[in-house]
Ligand binder design. Structure first.
Ligand code: FES
Length: 146
């Protein structure tokens, strides 16, 4: 049996199937994974593939103070979700809503072609989260709540 450095089988499989190192790092570190207990908004979305993402946001003024994501899905979904949250944190709500597939792919560097829909699901989940947050803010304004 080989007693040398253990080979990271998952890394190797992902690398061979077309994931860049950066995308694999996001998948393996699960950076930005989790839930914010006292979130201002929590929204989930299930894609046509059946995978689900849930984003929680903490908003300060018009800025995303903190954000986390939970993903029940494939490595492409986990990598995309974690990278997207990293991009969105600290941005204004408007800037976060404008993050598109190109920007997310620049951050991930490369994923297999058949994983584009996973990145798209992450973006749609963030956009839905922001829309629902705005909706709740408008309802509060309409009812005079602070
Ligand atoms: Fe469903 Fe990747 S296969 S998000």
């Amino acid at each position: 049996m080989d007693k040398g450095k253990p080979v990271d089988d998952v890394y190797q499989m992902l690398s061979e199937s077309g994931y860049a190192d950066k995308a694999i790092q996001y998948f393996q570190s699960k950076e930005n994974f989790g839930v914010i207990e006292d979130a201002d908004q929590v929204t989930d979305l299930t894609g046509p593939c059946g995978d689900t993402m849930k984003i929680s946001l903490k908003v300060d003024g018009d800025k995303i103070h903190d954000a986390k994501i939970q993903v029940l899905g494939c490595p492409g979904a986990v990598a995309s979700g974690c990278a997207l949250i990293g991009l969105a944190k600290g941005k204004s709500l408007q800037e976060a809503a404008a993050i598109d597939l190109d920007a997310l792919y620049r951050e991930l560097e490369k994923m297999p072609d058949q994983k584009v829909h996973c990145a798209r699901l992450a973006i749609k989940t963030l956009q839905k989260t922001l829309e629902e947050y705005h909706g709740r803010q408008s309802d509060r304004t309409a009812t005079g709540e602070k």
